[in-house]
Design a protein around this ligand. Structure first.
Ligand SMILES: *[C@@H]1O[C@H](CO)[C@@H](O)[C@H](O)[C@H]1NC(C)=O
Ligand SMILES: *[C@@H]1O[C@H](CO)[C@@H](O)[C@H](O)[C@H]1NC(C)=O
Length: 276
């Protein structure tokens, strides 16, 4: 991402910072599902998950790096995976405009040997177990800012979400020499203990780009597999063969409805309360 110019909020900035200190001191640092749910000004609920826009005024400028941000939401959550366009777009306008913090999510560019800068992007979230959950982004689902991704530094391997702009690619260290002093933020993703999966007719996706995993397991194990994934929003299960396919998109999402393969041997189960 090219250098992002500072907004001219300098007059009110000082007052706002004092207010933010106060707000964060009463509500801050509750990095749990319940903490996220109780901070409605900074959170958004979709598909049972609670997503929290979180920053701490005591963080030095340009910290955490994206690598360190991976640890910020642990052990109760992870860096956010953009589960739908609606979720991603919601946060573009929900970030606090006064300090305009630039927010890390689990978005990383793992392959730079690609035809364009739009390719090679993955959601890569450090899980409480210590491993990474990795899944390629689906381009149709993605709100880049107008000039991005441009790989303007040659090593823009992560991306920040900028208020009223969208995503811009940047080095994971977000260097001051390029971007100036910036208050950073993270978007965390928290799962509740339980939620519902509703059966919704028959069919499956044949496009492998939408599939997180395919296994042969019982229906319950299939649903648990989706439930534990930070990216899964629907699954197709074949009760005769026990074929379980979990997906990062939903047949209910108008962007992907047209890609559904008619197949009466598979039952759809869809995360409740999804918004597309
Ligand atoms: C990176 O992307 C290129 C072009 O799509 C592909 O040929 C190559 O196999 C990819 N590399 C890795 C390590 O996935
Ligand atoms: C890569 O990014 C770092 C900051 O994270 C910067 O200092 C360095 O110059 C960059 N290297 C290249 C090759 O662009």
């Amino acid at each position: 991402m090219a250098r992002f110019t500072n907004r001219s909020f300098s007059v009110v900035l000082h007052i706002f910072q004092l207010m933010l200190f106060y707000n964060f001191s009463i509500s801050g640092a509750v990095l749990t599902y319940d903490g996220c749910m109780s901070d409605s000004a900074n959170s958004y609920k979709v598909g049972g998950w609670c997503f929290l826009f979180y920053t701490d005024p005591s963080w030095p400028p340009n910290t955490p790096t994206q690598n360190d941000a991976q640890y910020t939401c642990l052990p109760h959550g992870t860096l956010a995976v953009g589960v739908t366009s609606k979720m991603l777009n919601t946060f573009i306008t929900r970030t606090p405009p006064a300090t305009n913090p630039h927010a890390w999510t689990a978005l990383e560019r793992l392959n730079r040997s690609t035809p364009t800068n739009m390719d090679g992007w993955y959601w890569r979230a450090l899980m409480p177990s210590g491993g990474f959950a990795t899944f390629p982004t689906i381009k149709a689902n993605f709100p880049w800012g107008t000039a991005d991704p441009d790989n303007s530094n040659g090593n823009d391997t992560a991306a920040v979400l900028v208020n009223n702009y969208g995503y811009g690619d940047a080095p994971k260290a977000y260097p001051k020499s390029i971007y100036g002093n910036k208050q950073m933020a993270v978007i965390c993703q928290f799962a509740p203990i339980q939620w519902k999966y509703l059966p919704r007719g028959h069919g499956r996706f044949a496009n492998s780009a939408y599939q997180i995993a395919q296994t042969t397991v019982t229906k319950l194990a299939c649903i648990i597999q989706c439930h534990r994934s930070v990216s899964c929003i629907s699954l197709a299960f074949n009760p005769t063969t026990n074929d379980c396919q979990i997906y990062a998109v939903s047949p209910d999402d108008p962007q992907f409805t047209g890609s559904v393969t008619t197949d009466n041997s598979y039952d759809w189960y869809i995360r409740d309360e999804m918004k597309y």
